[in-house]
Ligand binder design. Sequence first.
Ligand code: HAM
Length: 533
Amino acid sequence: MSGFSRRGQMSERKQFRAIKGTRDILPPDSALWNWFEHTAREVFESYNFGEIRLPAFEQAELFYRSIGGETDVVSKEMYYFQDKAIPELEVLREQIRYATILPSVPQTVDHFVRELRKFRQLLDAGFAAGEVPKHDLNVGTSQNLESEANQLQELQSVESSARNNDMISFVASQIKRHVGILHLGEPLALRPEATASVCRAYIEHNMQAFPGNQKLYYIGPMFRRERPQKGRYRQFYQIGAEVLGQSDAPAIDAEVLEMLLVFFNRVGLTRTTLYVNSIGDKNCRPQYVELLRNELRRVKDRLKEDSQRRIETNPLRVLDSKIPEEQPIIETLPRISDYLCDECRAHFAKLKEELNLRRIDYKENWRLVRGLDYYTRTTFEVTAEGLGSQNAVCGGGRYDGLVELLGGAPTKGIGFAIGTDRSILSIEESGNAPKLGGLAVYIAWMGQASYPTAVSIARKLRSAGLSVELPPEEMKFKKSLGLADKLGARYALIIGEDEVASRTFTLKRLADGDQKKLAEGELLEYLESERRR
Ligand code: HAM
């Protein structure tokens, strides 16, 4: 790794810390996370969703196209980087950029042209293999390099003159500049969300040819460079679900919402509110956006800078503003519900009917426009108590047309993503977090002669699914029991030399000190009956 010397590392004591906005989830919290994710799997699979595992990074353009280049998520928060180039190509590029060319010494020019031709060959191979991005800048520059190489060769074949030498120097400097501006590595981004990736995968695997709607869920980290605060991280976790297919029946929207709320209920995330809205489609939204823009221009002076900018870039996002002074102004703006086309209005009405049929409580919120560009018609969000300003635990909506925008066949889509970090915070704050697992048995063994029995019993109990701690070294009895207590073990199993001789062991319940003498054969049966209680 260039730039980091081992010597430097050793001479300077350095304490490494997790990057700002990222964090470690330690036990026992991680058990809560596993339980939360496991419950999601159970619920989602009961609705016939299957898991899709997606890469954590994609071509940056996928997110530009789907989420939108003007959105905060893409323009301000996305972790964007250029992939490493093919090493040979990178080395050649540097050799060309820093080559010494003496026009009066033909060998230096010949060598330069040869290097350039080799570079262009590798570049073409890189384009063909998809390892070098084939965008306009690269393709155009590559063509320029070809004609510049030819030009140099022609200049060389002519008799040497001062003018000719100047031309050679000029063309060579152009070549150096051109190789420098090529993007040899692919522009990539850490995924800020996963709906775009699901659509990419849907197209890539020709999933429209699979029977029925594709019902997919995913679990994993997402990355956004936001200002960290409670409930807001730069690496955060989502559990998402998407339905892709030919139908946009409102029953799909309602079933997705039902599944979401069944899950929230199952994990004790109950102090929540579901907000729903319809933001129209490509037939009715453009007119509404224009109307909104005109109204916003009238009140522009009373809005803050961000909203002023959004009047031109994305007026719908002004409705999302949380700035107190802007609230009374926003309340007077035209509402999309009054401007929906007949189809969108009917779709929204049917959705509400479907929600009522399922006895799902919701509130309509005409300002719920969401921060990603791909939504059409249904949008929704769930907020939870106890989280302060970052209180959205889930967001989602319909994105008919996104697959098409990414080069696939016309496809309807709807889905949501749950923020795991915030959901778990809310569950913990409400006191609804379940007591999970924990250490069942601590084996307090004493005397080397009892060690083999301790090892064998530990293995038996563990293979029956119990969590067992076996101290690796002999400890004094009191110290051993003290540690069992601190580790939160439910039982201490005492194995001394007498116990080994009699094959009966003392099982001590640490909560109340109750002790039982049990034969080896009874031990497991007893612990299992206790576990079931
Ligand atoms: P989103 O509203 O951007 O939607 O994110 C969904 C949820 O992820 C939020 O409600 C929040 O709980 C959580 N979240 C977002 N950013 C952060 C952060 N920086 N720290 C902690 N939690 C965060 C989407 O991502 C869409 N892909 C949802 C979707 C799926 N729409 C259709 N299908």
